[in-house]
Design a protein around this ligand. Structure first.
Ligand code: AMP
Ligand code: ZN
Length: 493
C-alpha cells in the first residue's frame, strides 16, 4: 500500500467551512494551484508567509508520496490598482513612473521573488506560468462565457454579468456573501463605467491609447481582467476540476469568487474541490500591506537593517516562526516572537546534532513509533505545524535525557527517531541547519551554549567544581546562567 494511503489528511475547506477528508480526484496524484505575486514591487514578508504555508503543504504531500503538480502563477498583466476594475494596471504604472519597459518591471521583480524564495529554501513549483504567456487561452475563455450568455461587450470591453450568472448559479458561494447584500453595500455607478451593474467584473478591458500593455482581441486592443488569468492557467494545467486551490485570505473575495463564477459560466463546472486560505501576517498589530506601507522586506529582516527588530534573523528562524502558528491564524511579527523562535530553533538543531552522539541502550523508555505517528497526525490535521513542532520539542527533550543518561533508546529507535526528526524538520518544514548573518551575537550565543553543554557534562560526571567554575567565571564576565526545568538559559548584563 502506498504510504499516503496510511495517512488520513483533513483539509479545512473554505467552501464548506469545515475540515474534510482529503480525497484526490486521481488516486496518488494531486493538482494544486496557488495565486502567485503581482510582480510590480519587491515581495514583503506577508506575501512570503502565504507562499511559505503552501510550500509546506506541497512538501508534506510530496513527503507522503503523492505525485503533486504544483502550479503557482506570476501575475505580469491585468492587475489594476483597484478591485472594482478602475485605476491603472500596477505594472504599467510602475513602468511609467520609472520610465522603463513593463517587461523590465516584470523581470526585475520576478528575479527578486525567486531570489527571496531561494533564500527561504522554497521548493520550486512544477509550473510557473505567466498571465502574458496565456492571452490566447484567456480570449478563448471569454468567448465561451459570452457564448453561454454570461458576459456582455461594451465599447470594446467585456464584462461578466454577475446578476445573470446568479440566476442559475450562486455568486458568493465561497465568501458566503449574498448578491442582495453586495448590491446593498456597493455604491451606484457614477455614469463613467460601462458596466451594467457595479457587481459585474471585467474579463477584457479596452486599452486607452497611452496604455502600453495591449493585445489584439475580437473586441478591442486591450488586456485581460485579473481574475481571468488564474482560471485560464489553473484549468489548462490541472484540468477543469482539480484538487486544491490556495491563496491569501484577502483573495477569497472578489478574486477566487470570480474564478469560480468564470469556470461555471464557461464550463458549467466548479473548478476546485478544496479551497485553502492562508491567514495574514501582521506588523504592529496591523495587516502587512504594500498599499499602507506597513511592511518589512525579507532582505531587511535578514540583514537586521530595519527599524523594527533588534537583530538580524536567519531565514530558517523566520520559517520556524511561521510554522509555530497555524497557517489559518493571524500571525503578528514581533521581535519577542522572533527571539523566542530563534531560541526554539536552536534547541531543535542542538537536539538533532546530539542524535549522532547517542549511545544505544537495551530498551527504550520512549515510544518512538507512537511519537512518530503523532507527528503525522498533527500534519494530517489540516497541516497543524505548531502541534508538529510541540512533538519535535518533546523528542528533543527525550534526546537530551538519553544523552545525560536519564532515559534510554535502542539502536533501532535511535535510527527511527533520527529519520523522523530529519524528515519533518528538513523535508516537511523546510528548515535548514543555519545561523543568522548577525554573526557577532550568534557566535557569542554559540560559545555560551557550548559552555552550558560542557557544564552539563561536568555535572553529569559529578565534577561540581568544574561546573561551578564555568558558572562563576561566566557571571564575572556579565553572563548569567539560569537553570530551569527545560534546561539552562543565559542572559547578558
Ligand atoms: P499580491 O502580490 O498582492 O497579488 O499578493 C501575493 C500573495 O500574498 C497573495 O496570496 C496575498 O493574499 C498574499 N498576501 C498579501 N498580504 C499578505 C499578508 N499581510 N499576510 C499574508 N499574505 C499576504
Ligand atoms: Zn489568482
Amino acid at each position: 500500500m502506498p504510504f499516503y494511503e496510511t495517512q488520513n489528511i483533513q483539509i479545512y475547506n473554505t467552501l464548506s467551512g469545515k475540515k474534510e477528508v482529503f480525497k484526490p480526484i486521481e488516486p496518488g496524484y494531486v493538482g494544486m494551484y496557488v495565486c502567485g505575486p503581482t510582480v510590480y514591487s519587491n515581495v514583503h514578508l506577508g506575501n512570503v508567509r502565504t507562499f511559505m504555508s503552501f510550500d509546506m503543504v506541497f512538501r508534506y504531500l510530496k513527503h507522503l508520496g503523492y505525485k503533486v503538480r504544483y502550479v503557482r502563477n506570476i501575475t505580469d498583466a491585468g492587475h489594476l490598482e483597484n478591485d472594482a476594475d478602475v485605476g491603472e494596471d500596477k505594472i504599467t504604472k510602475k513602468a511609467r513612473l520609472e520610465q522603463i519597459e513593463p517587461m523590465e518591471v516584470v523581470q526585475r521583480y520576478t528575479v527578486d521573488f525567486h531570489n527571496i524564495l531561494n533564500t527561504f529554501n522554497f521548493l520550486p513549483p512544477s509550473i510557473e506560468p505567466t498571465a502574458t504567456g496565456h492571452i490566447i487561452e484567456q480570449i478563448e475563455l471569454i468567448k465561451s462565457i459570452i457564448d453561454n450568455g454570461y458576459a456582455y461587450v461594451v465599447n470594446g470591453s467585456v464584462y461578466f454579468d454577475v446578476h445573470k450568472f446568479n440566476e442559475s448559479y450562486e455568486y458568493g458561494i465561497l465568501s458566503k456573501r449574498k448578491l442582495e447584500e453586495l448590491i446593498h453595500n456597493t455604491r451606484a455607478l457614477d455614469g463613467q463605467s460601462d458596466k451594467k451593474n457595479p457587481q459585474d467584473f471585467a474579463l477584457w478591458k479596452r486599452a486607452e491609447p497611452q496604455h502600453i500593455m495591449r493585445w489584439p482581441s475580437p473586441w478591442s486592443d486591450g488586456f485581460p481582467g485579473w481574475h481571468l488569468e488564474c482560471t485560464a492557467m489553473s484549468t489548462k494545467y490541472l484540468g477543469d476540476n482539480f484538487d486544491i486551490h490556495g491563496g491569501g485570505m484577502d483573495l477569497k473575495f472578489p478574486h477566487h469568487e470570480c474564478e469560480i463564477a468564470q469556470s461555471q459560466a464557461s464550463k458549467n463546472q466548479s473548478p476546485v474541490n478544496y479551497w485553502m486560505h492562508a491567514n495574514m501576517l501582521h506588523l504592529n498589530g496591523q495587516r502587512m500591506s504594500k498599499s499602507t506601507g506597513n511592511t518589512v522586506n525579507p532582505a531587511e529582516l535578514l540583514s537586521g537593517n530595519n527599524s523594527f527588530f533588534s537583530k538580524a534573523y536567519a531565514p530558517s528562524v523566520i520559517r520556524f516562526f511561521n510554522a509555530q502558528s497555524s497557517y489559518r491564524s493571524v500571525l503578528d511579527l514581533t521581535d519577542d516572537g522572533l527571539l523566542a523562535s530563534e531560541k526554539g530553533f536552536h534547541r531543535l538543531m542542538d537536539a538533532i546534532h546530539l542524535l549522532d552522539e547517542l549511545e544505544a541502550g537495551d530498551t527504550s523508555t520512549f515510544d518512538v513509533q507512537k511519537w512518530r505517528q503523532l507527528c503525522y497526525d498533527a500534519m494530517n490535521d489540516d497541516f497543524n505545524s505548531p502541534i508538529l513542532i510541540a512533538h519535535l520539542f518533546e523528542a528533543s527533550k527525550q534526546i537530551n535525557q538519553v544523552k545525560t543518561g536519564t532515559a534510554t533508546l535502542t539502536k533501532t529507535d535511535i535510527a527511527l527517531l533520527k529519520t523522523t526528526m530529519h524528515d519533518f524538520t528538513f523535508d516537511v518544514l523546510g528548515l535548514e541547519d543555519q545561523v543568522s548573518s548577525d554573526s557577532g551575537t550568534d557566535k557569542l550565543s554559540g560559545a555560551v551554549e557550548l559552555l552550558i553543554k560542557l557544564r552539563q557534562e561536568a555535572r553529569a560526571n559529578k565534577d561540581f567544581a568544574l561546573s561551578d567554575k564555568i558558572r562563576d567565571e561566566l557571571a564575572a564576565k556579565g553572563i548569567q546562567l539560569k537553570d530551569g526545568k527545560d534546561g539552562t538559559t543565559f542572559s547578558v548584563n
